[in-house]
Design a protein around this ligand. Structure first.
Ligand SMILES: O=c1[nH]c(=O)c2nc[nH]c2[nH]1
Ligand SMILES: [Zn+2]
Length: 425
């Protein structure tokens, strides 16, 4: 049974950083979805199959499900704390909140709340740093599995430089990751990511364990942080004096590759960018986090010039936005401060098709090509008189999309669909 959804469609058919015609917008458009929750086709409303059930979203926009490629589950209630930069914020705000997740009941409640909030903001796929407590991270997988959120996540691993209650050992970490892989590895929407927090919280033995685990289980992702602040980079240099640079710490333990997701990378050396490109690492840019912690202005163009696949992250709780849609405006402003002018197409790409490519999931999600999973959301400016009037004055559809990126937010998301079904959490 096919269902036809009517509205203005916008998605990417290619990479707008290399081909200017990647963005496709269809006013009075239609998306048709088959009974298996896959996209059967899209086009103008007049081209939609007849006889199918029709759901008319009027002047609203239909967009591919958003991908939030970096956030922290146990920081859901740590958002918006006054801070003096990354390292003291971790000590003063983050670690005490993360320790609360030893209570599995508390963690399960937060997991359900986070997953619901992401979906209601149009996010249908997320890469998440889980709790240090395996049971709490299990609750996150359960919540995502039940609600239909596509999830890449793992236990946040630390074995030094933090409060004792958050530390593990390489042996315990290995066993806990194997248990998660066994429990959730068979679900096509749930993926394990080894998650060593960052170089400063990991011993050489813990990093070596991650490298060995990846060799044993090459399907797992690895996510971590890199080059976020100058203070952090200097500390990494002191703790790993033999490393050529920050990336080299991870490189020495076999942690680089196409399933490696590196968050931030605000202050990379050219040698690091070359090595990231050569080893096919992915970089996740987290705009509001970078501004809120005062970490710096992400060098987008340098990453693009090196051909490094990119995605965006809300980085909750350093970031402020529970929908990655609201990160698009912050990303734009950061690039303006660098003298660059990203287009609406480039911004949308970073949160949809580009992110799907970076995660190796573009065969399944990222745009409206037939055969892909029907993960999409409805952004509705109706009911917001000012936004409606502002949009009517735009000369082109691309200009409208750009205004929506600047002025619309989670509150304008009318509905989110995963695999063709409306989200019900
Ligand atoms: O933005 C960040 N959030 C974190 O929790 C973190 N841990 C290490 N480095 C980090 N950066
Ligand atoms: Zn982070």
């Amino acid at each position: 049974m096919t269902t036809v959804y009517l509205g203005t469609l916008a998605h990417l058919r290619g990479n707008p950083f290399v081909r200017p015609d990647g963005l496709e917008i269809i006013a009075d458009g239609a998306l048709w979805v088959d009974g298996d929750g896959r996209i059967a086709g899209y086009g103008r409303a007049a081209e939609a199959p007849e006889g199918a059930e029709r759901v008319d979203f009027g002047a609203a926009w239909l967009l591919p499900g958003l991908i939030d490629a970096h956030l922290h589950f146990p920081q859901y209630y740590a958002v918006a704390a006054a801070n003096r930069g990354l390292l003291s914020w971790l000590r003063e705000t983050v670690y005490p909140e993360e320790a609360a997740f030893r209570d599995a009941g508390y963690a399960a409640g937060v997991a359900r709340a986070l997953v619901a909030r992401l979906l209601h903001g149009g996010v249908t796929c997320a890469c998440v740093f889980g709790s240090q407590y395996p049971e709490a991270t299990g609750a996150l997988f359960e919540a995502a599995g039940q609600a239909g959120l596509r999830l890449i996540a793992g236990i946040t691993l630390m074995d030094r430089n933090g409060p004792d209650e958050l530390l593990t050992t390489p042996e315990r970490a290995w066993r806990a990751n194997e248990a998660l892989l066994e429990r959730y590895g068979g679900d096509p929407r749930l993926h394990l990511a080894l998650t060593p927090r960052f170089a400063l919280s990991c011993s050489p033995q813990l990093l070596a364990m991650c490298g060995e685990f990846r060799r044993r289980h090459p399907q797992v992702y690895l996510q971590t942080h890199i080059n976020e602040t100058l203070e952090e980079i200097a500390a990494v240099q002191r703790v790993f004096p033999d490393a050529w640079n920050y990336l080299d710490v991870y490189d020495r333990y076999g942690l680089l590759g196409p399933r490696t997701l590196l968050a931030h990378d605000i202050h990379p050396q050219s040698a690091e960018l070359r090595r990231m490109a050569e080893s096919e690492c992915r970089v996740i840019h987290c705009p509001s986090s970078n501004l809120f912690l005062g970490s710096g202005l992400f060098p987008l163009r340098r990453h693009v010039e090196h051909g490094i696949p990119l995605a965006l992250g809300s980085d909750i709780g350093a970031g402020l936005h529970l929908s990655v849609w609201e990160e698009l405006s912050e990303a734009y402003k950061i690039q303006r401060l660098r003298g660059e002018t990203p287009t609406a197409a480039q911004l949308l790409y970073l949160a949809t098709l580009g992110a799907a490519e970076a995660l190796g999931l573009a065969g399944e999600i990222g745009n409206f090509l037939p055969g892909k999973v029907a993960d999409f959301f409805v952004l509705d400016p109706g009911g917001d008189d000012y936004l409606d009037a502002r949009l009517q004055r735009c000369p082109t559809l691309a200009a409208r999309l750009f205004v929506l990126m600047q002025l619309a937010g989670s509150g304008h998301v009318r509905r989110t669909f995963v695999a063709g079904r409306p989200v019900s959490v």
